[in-house]
Design a protein around this ligand. Sequence first.
Ligand code: CO8
Length: 258
Amino acid sequence: MAYETLLTETHDGVRLIRLNRPEALNAFNNQLMNDLTAALDEAEADDAIGCMVITGSEKAFAAGADIKEMASKSYAEVYGEDFITRNWERVTRCRKPVIAAVAGFALGGGCEMAMMCDFIIAADNAKFGQPEINLGVSPGAGGTQRLTRFIGKSKAMDMILTARFMDAAEAERCGLVSRVVPVAELIDTAMAAAKKIASLSPNAVKLTKEMVNAAYETPLSQGVMLERRLFHSLFAFEDQKEGMAAFVEKRKPAFKGR
Ligand code: CO8
């Protein structure tokens, strides 16, 4: 399907979704959020897709919510239309993994969107920030919560209250991103990680993602119990037999998603 504000491609079970509003540094307007929601719905529904990658341009992953679209909204409008949550959190409901490949600016809602993905691979020119305070508002799509969990209170307060940007090296040091690569290698690196994921047992991948996400929502003892039960449940799939047989027989597994 073609989208007004996105470019999509598929390679080896991976759907690459490129945010494409260069005139506004990929700021999220209503059209882009509707397109992104539809693109994620489409990828989730397609059994041939095992992983998604969301990226922007070399200059900007996304410079946040569209300030020009948002500026004149009233309280009655933002509350009435449930501004933000209506479709902003679609990425957090994906059962398949979603990787954010971030080059350039990831600011405000752009940083929040990257943090909603399962992990972030950054280019060496990436700049993360929550500068909403400069506009007289606060983060509104999870920034105060997710950034604090990622990098701790002191750094999160510093970034959110002073609006300073964090470069890729600092983002890697404090655990916001999983790795940093030269900007020219960003897409290949993210696609290689995504292709590896897409080649695995899809049920094992989805259940493992659920387990890691549970670490944010449950006490340790319950999280460990959930992990054990879901681990046991993986023995119900043919892919477990295939994966272990392939190891013993020294061959590549052929996972079938059953
Ligand atoms: N919204 C709308 N347009 C934008 C945005 C944006 N967030 N960011 C950049 N643009 C536009 C600029 O207006 C400019 O357009 P034009 O050429 O027509 O004037 C074009 O993109 C290029 O931008 P600049 O000329 O400013 O480029 P620079 O390289 O000089 O600067 C910056 C790049 C530093 C990224 C600068 O553009 C900037 O500071 N942008 C705003 C960043 C920001 O404040 N982001 C937070 C937005 S608020 C938010 O995200 C709240 C999230 C809560 C959820 C919202 C749910 C909807």
